[in-house]
Design a protein around this ligand. Structure first.
Ligand code: AMP
Ligand code: ZN
Length: 113
């Protein structure tokens, strides 16, 4: 399958790995928007949040549990962070494999614009 994040998960394209378990892979965004900008990705290929179903939605819990571990690892648990999913073109999604941005390390504006 011609999917950038599937290739990163498989190790065919290099990435700066931050965390991995059997369900989730996380790596640093190549174009960081905050001091900590990690992409948390389910290993299962799901194109976007629109493709979540009752059968595969457990990956969302896996992602958020991984996020908690990553926050501690990155030293941002106490000050906090933001987790963002971009879905579809209006949402700004550019890679067609479900992923969550974890942003932290500075105070973030709200709403994002
Ligand atoms: P989105 O716009 O929500 O689909 O997010 C895709 C993200 O993937 C962007 O923030 C990109 O900077 C990031 N990205 C694209 N290619 C790579 C790569 N090879 N390694 C790490 N991050 C990447
Ligand atoms: Zn994929």
């Amino acid at each position: 399958m011609d999917c950038l994040f599937c290739k990163i998960i498989a190790g065919e394209i290099p990435s700066a790995k931050v965390y991995e378990n059997d369900k989730v892979y996380a790596f640093r965004d190549i174009n960081p928007e905050a001091p900590v900008h990690v992409l948390i990705v389910p290993k299962e290929h799901i194109s976007s949040a629109n493709e979540l179903t009752a059968d595969n939605a457990a990956v969302v819990a896996d992602v958020f549990l991984a996020a908690k571990e990553i926050a501690a690892q990155e030293g941002i648990a106490e000050n906090g962070y933001r987790i963002v999913n971009n879905c579809g073109s209006d949402g700004g999604q550019t890679v067609g494999h479900l992923h969550f941005h974890m942003l932290g390390g500075r105070s973030l504006a709200w709403p994002p614009g």
